[in-house]
Structure formats: structure tokens, C-alpha cells
Design a protein around this ligand. Structure first.
Ligand SMILES: O=C(O)[C@@H](COP(=O)(O)O)OP(=O)(O)O
Length: 296
């Protein structure tokens, strides 16, 4: 008997057992939406609260964006329209993905409503130093609680003028509504009207939609889609540059089995989520280590 026969479970003298066909999960039926948090930004790399500051992707983040495109290519993803924020870290991620997919000619809609939450007075502060100063519990509340906002950004804050005067906000928000801080709750309040009024009609019209946005604007959408409680959403930390898919029914709720499906191997996704969660414990050495080998 050959080894081959053994591994197929055939007994001596018996014909080799027929090879079992590989079980392929049936494709879920429903409206498909792909979302992705931008690749690592320069400020993610330096472990700084970023919010509405318009920083670039790091070299690693650019690579993550390409990998996101490759992962979508493997899935034969075809998009009709893409949505992103007015911040360049999300826009570059969106462009890179579409370039890898050779789909750069589709419409790309940009809105401040998909921006990261405004991190208020924490903007520009190092996450580890903030933990050392205010304690882990307080920083966890600021980063992940549903309705406790960070302290407001005062007029003399080093990034106040830069944000307020940035051309990217010429189409909104109106000056009187311009945020000085945002909790997740407030982020959801300004993000979901855009989801409901602009994105949902396109999904329902059968268009294939890509959304390239931010850790907290996407957490807001996910909380609503999956109907997560204020406590449950605290546990969700989205990794940079790994796309995830939802399959939705007519009422824009996930079909059975259609909730968040990452296009990445589960171990890598889990590790990347843990890294985001533990940013407040990152040392300066960790930050330097990660930057090693990057182009200067
Ligand atoms: O503003 C920031 O610092 C991060 C999120 O930070 P955390 O809420 O994870 O601390 O936003 P993003 O990199 O997705 O634009």
C-alpha cells in the first residue's frame, strides 16, 4: 500500500477512499460593503493622539495600504464608488487600494463626516505619557468610552489654528458647529447621517462600496450595524490597513454570518487589534524599533 493510500484512509486490499472535495463556504447573499481603517499614520507610529490633524501615512502605513489592495484583489473585489474622509491618511489609503485594483476611475466621495473623532485637548499628546500623567483608567475612558469626551481643544492649543484654518474644511462643518472635542457618541451623531443619506442609497441601488476611514468613525458605523452596546464597543480596536467586509440585508443589518469578516489571517488581525489596545503601554523604544528600516 502506498503512503498516499494510507493518508486517504484506505485499508489493505481496499480501493483508496475517494478524495473529499474541499468544502467551500457558500457565498453569503446580501449587500456587500468593504471598510478599512487607513494604514499606519506618522502619528500612529509616534504614538500620538491625532484626531483632526492632517498627517501622512508612515512608510509602513503605505505598505499596509498596498497589502489591503492585494487582499481585495485576491477576493476579486470590484467597486463602483468609494467613500473617505477629508484627511489624507484615509484618502491615500483609498487611492492606493484602488490603484492596486486598477479601479482608480471610480467616483471617490470625501466627507468630513467620516473623519476621525476630534481628540480635543489630547491632540498631539503621546499616549504613553498621557497614561503616566492621568492613569490608565482615565485614558481608557477617553479613548474608548461611549459618551465621555476628551477635554476640549482650547484656542491656544498648538494645533487649534492649523485645524480651524485648514482648507479641507471649506465645505464643512459650519464654523458654529466646528467641534473642539468628540466622544464616540458625538462622532456617531455626525457620521451616521452621511452613512444613512449618502452611502446607504448607493448600497441599496446595488453598488459595491468601499469605505476608507478611521479607527473611531468606523467603530461608530460598526456599533450601529451590529447593534453593539456601549460596553461592547469599548472592546473593539480596529487594526490599521486590514479591510473587513459586511454582508447586509435590506434593512442594513448583517445577514446571519454577515458581520465583520476581516480579509487577513486571524492571528495577524488579533495581534494588530491587541497592539492598538495597548498603545498606552508603548515605550519610546518600541516606537523607535518599529521605525527601524524606514526610509528617511
Ligand atoms: O486619532 C488617533 O490618534 C487615532 C485613533 O486613536 P485611538 O482612539 O485608537 O487612541 O485615529 P486614526 O489613526 O484612526 O485616524
Amino acid at each position: 500500500m502506498s503512503d498516499c493510500c494510507k493518508c486517504k484512509g484506505g485499508k489493505k486490499g481496499e480501493a483508496p477512499a475517494k478524495e473529499k472535495p474541499v468544502e467551500k463556504k457558500p457565498e453569503l447573499k446580501g449587500f456587500k460593503v468593504i471598510m478599512v481603517r487607513h494604514g499606519e499614520s506618522e502619528w500612529n507610529k509616534q504614538n500620538l493622539f491625532c484626531g483632526w490633524v492632517n498627517v501622512d501615512l508612515s512608510d509602513k502605513g503605505k505598505e499596509e495600504a498596498k497589502c489591503a489592495g492585494e487582499a481585495l484583489k485576491k477576493e476579486c473585489a470590484k467597486f463602483d464608488v468609494a467613500y473617505t474622509s477629508v484627511l489624507k491618511r484615509a484618502q491615500i489609503t483609498c487611492d492606493t487600494i484602488l490603484e492596486v485594483l486598477n479601479q482608480k476611475d471610480i467616483p471617490i466621495v470625501k466627507s468630513w463626516r467620516l473623519n476621525e473623532r476630534h481628540y480635543g485637548g489630547l491632540t498631539g499628546l503621546n499616549k504613553t505619557e498621557t497614561v503616566q500623567k492621568f492613569g490608565e483608567e482615565q485614558v481608557q475612558i477617553w479613548r474608548r468610552s461611549f459618551d465621555t469626551p476628551p477635554p476640549p481643544m482650547k484656542c491656544d492649543h498648538p494645533y487649534f489654528e492649523e485645524i480651524m484654518r485648514d482648507e479641507i474644511y471649506k465645505c464643512g462643518p459650519p464654523m458654529e458647529e466646528f467641534p473642539r472635542f468628540e466622544s464616540l457618541e458625538l462622532t456617531i451623531k455626525r457620521c451616521m447621517p452621511f452613512w444613512n443619506d449618502c452611502i446607504v442609497p448607493e448600497i441599496k441601488a446595488g453598488k459595491k462600496v468601499l469605505i476608507a476611514a478611521h479607527g473611531n468613525s468606523l467603530r461608530g458605523i460598526v456599533k450601529t450595524l451590529d447593534n453593539l452596546s456601549d460596553e461592547e464597543i469599548m472592546e473593539l480596536n480596529l487594526p490599521t490597513g486590514i479591510p473587513f467586509e459586511y454582508t447586509l440585508d435590506d434593512s442594513m443589518k448583517p445577514v446571519p454570518g454577515g458581520s465583520m469578516r476581516f480579509l487577513g489571517d486571524p492571528e495577524t488581525v488579533q495581534k494588530a487589534m491587541e497592539d492598538v489596545k495597548n498603545q498606552g503601554k508603548k515605550t519610546k523604544e518600541d516606537t523607535k524599533e518599529e521605525g527601524k528600516g524606514e526610509k528617511k
